[in-house]
Ligand binder design. Structure first.
Ligand SMILES: [Mg+2]
Length: 377
């Protein structure tokens, strides 16, 4: 089997509510559908889902990089030589993590289909049967509004919350305090600062927040401030989780070799399944557990996260953070059926590849044309 063509289609799907984090806000998701075609008629499905305020990729750059740099290297290759294909992706151009991840996901789907096995089998088989993903993201707002949002979710049975902060340190304390009061002492609270604090400010405010009983603190300082992460990890009792500091296996080697993170947040849309497995192996060898973030993908990216979560023992799914259904965030999805059941549980069948089918009408509806001059707001 040989790869004949790689197709890219930019899509925009509105969010149900604005997603506000320290680095920016969004009302719409920007995605690129990637289809890897072969001479055997099999098609691999992938998706790139950059977050405009945190990722270096844009929809336009992804279309350009996949069509002009990565695609030409893969045409003519046998996708079942997966390691060789992934090496071609990663040496095609520096950076461009989201573009590379989208193609990586499509190749895994394709190889699973070619071998008639689910992607989780390619990743080592099941390490767990099911994952419950009933939790809530609380986006940045006033302390009162965030507490009300958390209370509403708690009334639906949600007991785990990811709280987005990192804007104004003093107000951030009030935000987390108000949520703790609203949802009670047993709720599991995680905070994600999305690079919002300078290292000095971070220590003072985060030390105060520790009294509110947090599961972990994610990406408190800018991604480049490895020394700041190390100082916080040393000074605080609550685990420090690296997200934007941890895109590549090399990033994770650097972080863990100097004690700059207690947890690593793996995101398939930023690292791809191949490098996510390497990042997980490095972390596991260092005695560090991984969590799973998302970058709000649609159904293809979500399925890739779910296969990785089912397969990977060192991912701590109990700690929270595993992405559920895109329909919890977006007005619509592009797949015919989700890999999360209606009860909020990931089960996964033994269907080949990612086990999903695209809804072509949805692709027509949400398709957008991006010129390189256009950058999403
Ligand atoms: Mg994060």
């Amino acid at each position: 089997m040989k790869i004949t063509n790689i197709e890219t289609i930019a899509l925009t799907v509105p969010l149900l509510r604005p997603a506000v984090i320290a680095s920016g806000s969004a009302t719409t998701g920007f995605h690129v559908l990637i289809r890897v075609h072969t001479d055997a008629g099999l098609v691999g499905l992938g998706e790139a889902s950059p977050i405009a305020s945190t990722d270096a990729d844009t929809p336009g750059s992804i279309v350009e990089v996949v069509s002009k740099r990565i695609g030409p290297r893969l045409v003519g290759c046998d996708p079942c030589r997966l390691q060789d294909c992934l090496a071609l992706i990663h040496t095609a151009i520096p950076g461009n993590q989201c573009a590379k991840s989208g193609v990586d996901i499509a190749l895994h789907d394709l190889v699973g289909k070619a071998l008639s096995v689910p992607v989780y089998q390619l990743l080592g088989g099941r390490s767990r049967q099911t994952i419950s993903v009933i939790e809530a993201d609380i986006w940045i707002d006033t302390p009162e509004a965030m507490a009300a949002m958390a209370k509403e979710a708690a009334s639906r049975g949600v007991s785990a919350f990811e709280i987005k902060i990192g804007k104004e340190p003093e107000v951030d304390f009030k935000r987390v305090e108000a949520i703790r009061k609203a949802v009670g002492p047993d709720a599991r609270l995680r905070i994600d600062c999305n690079e919002g604090y300078a290292a000095g400010t971070g220590l003072r405010i985060l030390r105060a927040m520790e009294a509110l009983d947090l599961v972990y603190i994610e990406q408190p300082v800018p991604r480049w401030d490895i020394e700041g992460m190390r100082r916080l990890a040393e000074a605080l009792d609550t685990p420090i989780c690296a997200d934007q500091s941890a895109y590549t296996p090399q990033d994770v080697m650097r972080l863990l070799s100097c004690g700059a993170a207690d947890l690593i947040c793996i995101k398939i849309p930023k690292s791809g399944l191949g490098h996510a497995s390497t990042i997980n192996a490095i972390s596991e060898a260092a005695g560090v557990r991984c969590t799973l973030g998302s970058m709000l993908p649609l159904g293809i990216g979500a399925a890739a996260i779910h296969h990785f979560a089912i397969a990977t023992r060192n991912v701590d799914v109990e700690m929270g953070g595993v992405y559920g259904s895109p329909l919890d965030y977006f007005v619509d999805d592009i797949v015919q059926s989700s890999t999360v059941d209606e009860d909020g549980v990931i089960r996964l069948s033994d269907a080949p590849g990612l086990g999903i089918t695209i809804d072509e009408d949805k692709i027509t509806r949400y398709r957008r044309t991006w010129s390189l001059a256009v950058t999403p707001p």
